[in-house]
Design a protein around this ligand. Structure first.
Ligand code: GDP
Length: 445
């Protein structure tokens, strides 16, 4: 059933001071009354202290609960949220009590899915909730919040409205074909199409940075052995909050860490083995390194401050978005920093802040993005594909606008373009799209 009562722990399981258990759906208040002592659904949105008990009577905890009456809740259905003590036992007992009283465990993302189906938010906003929770850098959280606020939805909604206006003009043309040019000058329709096409393209152009922002930009350290890549990797992470993982399946792993440079999300990778003499090394390691270099949004080509820039280094600097890094500057006896590139020392930490700033600037145009009122951005492949589809439908429509053009066919393509945007916002019921989006959510969301 679409609105049967569901329950889940909304906070992360494990040791914590408090936990939040969420219950929502038709019949929520009856179920709550079997577990929460002296339960009252009114006044809504008011915290009350109460004892929580299993329906059989066993005490569980004392805590606060809030009742929300439909439609004024996150899901749009009647909802109760209980704050209890955290840890492994109490929250699980509370969830079990609500189940014993008639609720079923929620599926991943089911609360948000209901919110969407009840019109409390659209698909772009639902995705933004996931992004906000998954954010590891300030800029990601800010973009997600902006999207949750409806900024991207409004932008896409406005484009969709203009497509529908265009359709209305075209339908008019179909209904009154007897006049030579139709009652609406073709130039006017063509101009509206051209403007719309340009605005679609402008929004589409935000997707490289938007997707990079959501996923974290891949920055790969490269250079000859012993130039100081691993030391620089560690030094860059040193003061940063980092989660380090190793690319599996190789004896010489590529190490990857999620870090935040100046608020921007970066996946920093230390590749092993690319420049080592072949034969000494596991081929897999080289393959992994090459794959990383091929996918890199930015390569840090490392050479020693006192060393030469080798032909392989020059090649990388030419073929990839790259920064030249001069390492081990502390070793220079005269203390000079001549030679192009950014001069750093993993030992003294000199130049590291400058390097972080340079990386953020190169990847995100950070100065501009940070200052400006954040423009909505396309942050997912799903968004990019929908906009691309809409753009190509509109292009086809424009291609048919000549004197021999058939207004019915033109209208068909414009309608398809509008449908792509509908699917993006989730105004049409596209089960498959919903399944794909919500399968990645965690339970309790
Ligand atoms: P990789 O093979 O490129 O990863 O290089 P490593 O990070 O393993 O460093 C190679 C050697 O250079 C090690 O002995 C490091 O201690 C040394 N080294 C690395 N960075 C610096 C630095 O900034 N200053 C100095 N003086 N030595 C460094």
């Amino acid at each position: 059933m679409l609105s049967d009562p569901i329950v889940a722990l909304a906070t992360a399981p494990g040791r914590s001071a408090l936990a939040l258990v969420r219950l929502s759906g038709v019949g929520t208040f009856e179920i709550a009354a079997k577990v929460i002592e002296d339960f009252m659904s009114e006044p809504a949105r008011t915290g009350r202290l109460a004892a929580f008990r299993a329906p059989a009577g066993d005490p569980i905890d004392r805590g606060l609960y809030f009742a929300y009456s439909s439609p004024n809740s996150f899901t749009g259905d009647d909802t109760v949220e209980c704050t209890c003590h955290g840890g492994l036992v109490v929250p699980a007992q509370l969830v079990a009590a609500f189940q014993a009283a008639g609720a079923r465990p929620a599926l991943p993302g089911e609360f948000t899915r209901r919110a969407l189906l009840n019109g409390k938010l659209d698909l772009l906003q639902a995705e933004a909730i996931g992004d906000l929770i998954d954010a590891t850098a300030t800029a990601q959280a800010r973009t997600a919040l902006h999207q949750l606020d409806g900024a991207l939805s409004r932008r896409i909604g406005a484009l969709r409205e203009r497509l529908l206006d265009l359709l209305a003009l075209l339908d008019y043309d179909v209904d009154f074909p007897e006049e030579d040019d139709g009652p609406i000058p073709r130039e006017r329709i063509a101009a509206a199409m051209a403007a719309l096409s340009a605005d679609l393209a402008q929004l589409l152009a935000t997707s490289p940075v938007g997707e990079r922002l959501r996923q974290g930009a891949l920055v790969v350290l490269a250079g000859r052995p012993n130039v100081g890549k691993s030391s620089l990797f560690n030094a860059l992470l040193g003061t940063e909050r980092a989660l380090v993982t190793a690319e599996p399946g190789t004896t010489r792993d590529t190490i990857e860490a999620h870090v935040e440079f100046e608020g921007w999300p970066v996946r920093l990778a230390d590749t092993a083995g690319l420049w080592d003499a072949p034969g000494q090394l596991d081929r897999l390691g080289v393959d992994v390194s090459r794959r990383y270099l091929g996918a890199a949004d930015l390569v840090l080509v490392c050479v020693e401050a006192e060393g030469e820039v080798e032909p392989e280094d020059r090649e990388l600097l030419k073929t990839r978005p790259a920064l030249l890094i001069r390492t081990k500057t502390d070793r220079r006896k005269d203390g000079t920093t001549d030679g192009d590139g950014l001069h750093v020392s993993a030992v003294t930490g000199a130049g590291l802040d400058l390097l972080r700033r340079a990386i953020a600037g190169a990847l995100f145009d950070s100065g501009k993005l940070a200052d400006a009122d954040l423009e909505p951005m396309l942050t997912r492949e799903r968004h990019r594909q929908a906009l691309t589809r809409a753009g190509s439908e509109l292009d086809q429509a424009r291609g048919m606008m000549g004197p021999a053009g058939e207004p019915v066919l033109v209208a068909h393509h414009v309608r398809q373009a509008a449908l792509s945007l509908d699917e993006l916002i989730g105004v049409v019921d596209v089960e498959e799209v919903l399944d794909r989006v919500f399968s990645r959510f965690c339970v309790g969301k």
